[in-house]
Design a protein around this ligand. Structure first.
Ligand SMILES: NC(=O)C1=CN([C@@H]2O[C@H](COP(=O)(O)OP(=O)(O)OC[C@H]3O[C@@H](n4cnc5c(N)ncnc54)[C@H](OP(=O)(O)O)[C@@H]3O)[C@@H](O)[C@H]2O)C=CC1
Ligand SMILES: CC(=O)N[C@@H](CCC(=O)OP(=O)(O)O)C(=O)O
Length: 343
């Protein structure tokens, strides 16, 4: 079986990571590669690491260029996907790395993104209970945001088992700068980023806050609310999320570990580390994995979960390929590395 794929936004960070993974995919033929202003240039000018594809010329991002493929990956800025997806037939599998189709509630979309809500597609986090079946054979997939992926997976077993108060979730997550994309931004100039860590989107205003709540709500006994604080740190990729919540009376460490062991026992990409070993971003770099560790801060009765993930791999492109595998009936794990890059 050969799946012909196109990548829109191939010159960007998510597009580049998609092509790194797809280049090693045994069932994939790489078709059109598109860009915005960089259409007409060679892929290698943007991604010199993608050696076998370096000479490929980027074309304009139009429905015509994307037609004729089995799978179209959209790795474009928010707001660009809906118009293109509309013009692609229902028989084409469209996997959107952007946010346009992640949120189910129009009101929440308007509050956090502004503008019209395009709708919602099956959410590309196969590790959510029951979600795999919705992704198998689906022709539309909304790939999660990077922070929501790591935060949801870090908190889900504790929330689902009723071990924590789901109205008091706290996530503080540091991220490498590739999370912001490659387009120049004032707060991402070298001098601002190097040698400094800076919080942003503080106070419940970051757009990933409602996405985390949306993900956990179906598995909680009551309402879910999260205080989410992202922090930019001087590394190119990786997220380390520290997630905590008040422990429900009676929760002990053995119960907590058991909840995580059982929840992820059959998940190929989600790994609870041996006791005493704490996640590091480096161990997940370039891998489609999330590494987790749990404990209880007995002094104040809080469950604490630390999780590491590569924002560009499991946080975007790896998740997108995992969803393509599911949607097209391939082995879910094909072409997805378990092995990171270290040191
Ligand atoms: N970076 C990350 O960690 C994550 C990213 N995502 C999502 O993936 C998507 C891509 O992000 P990322 O790769 O980081 O962003 P980049 O800024 O690195 O890349 C954006 C890509 O879109 C193209 N593009 C920009 N504007 C237009 C346009 N008007 N028409 C057509 N193409 C255009 C760019 O082409 P050109 O080079 O010509 O400008 C480039 O190929 C976003 O929706 C983002 O939210 C999701 C999770 C994590
Ligand atoms: C470090 C950094 O800036 N990260 C990005 C999130 C990256 C991500 O998941 O992207 P989308 O939701 O945009 O797809 C941010 O906070 O906006």
């Amino acid at each position: 079986m050969s799946v012909k794929v196109a990548v829109a936004g191939a010159s960007g960070y998510a597009g580049g990571e998609l092509l790194r993974l797809l280049s090693a995919h045994p069932e994939v033929e790489i078709g059109a590669l598109t860009a915005g202003g960089n259409a007409g240039t060679a892929l290698g000018a943007h991604h010199p690491h993608l050696v076998p594809l370096a000479g490929r010329i980027l074309v304009e991002t139009t429905a015509e260029q994307l037609a004729g493929h089995d799978v179209v990956f959209l790795a474009l800025p928010h707001g660009q996907s809906a118009g293109l997806a509309e013009q692609l037939g229902e028989d084409v599998t469209v996997i959107d790395c952007g946010a346009d189709f992640r949120l189910t509630e129009a009101e929440t979309w308007v509050e956090f993104y502004g503008g019209e809500h395009a709708g919602s597609w099956p959410y590309g986090l196969p590790e959510l209970p029951g979600q795999r079946d919705k992704l198998r054979g689906s022709h539309r997939v909304a790939v999660p945001g990077c922070y929501p992926t790591v935060s949801t997976l870090a908190l889900l077993p504790a929330v689902q088992r009723g071990l924590v108060d789901p109205t008091q979730l706290v996530v503080v997550a540091v991220s490498g700068t590739s999370g912001a994309g490659k387009a120049p931004k004032a707060h991402l100039l070298g001098a601002e980023v190097m040698g400094s860590a800076s919080a942003y989107g503080v106070g419940g205003v970051h757009r990933h806050t409602p996405e985390i709540e949306q993900n956990l709500t179906p598995y909680a006994e009551g309402p879910v609310s999260v205080s989410f604080t992202p922090v930019l740190v001087p590394m190119s990729r990786g997220i380390l999320a520290t997630c905590s919540a008040p422990a429900v009376e009676g929760t002990d460490l053995a119960m907590l570990r058991q909840a995580y062991e059982e929840a992820y026992a059959n998940e190929p990409f989600i790994h609870l580390l041996p006791e005493g070993q704490w996640p590091q971003t480096q161990a997940t770099l370039g891998a489609n994995t999330v590494q987790l560790q749990v404990t209880i801060d007995q002094r104040i009765g809080r469950v604490v979960v630390v999780a590491a993930m590569d924002n560009l791999t499991k946080g975007t492109a790896g998740a997108a390929v995992q969803c393509m595998n599911l949607a097209t009936g391939l082995d879910e794990t094909l072409a997805l590395p378990l092995v990171g890059v270290a040191p």
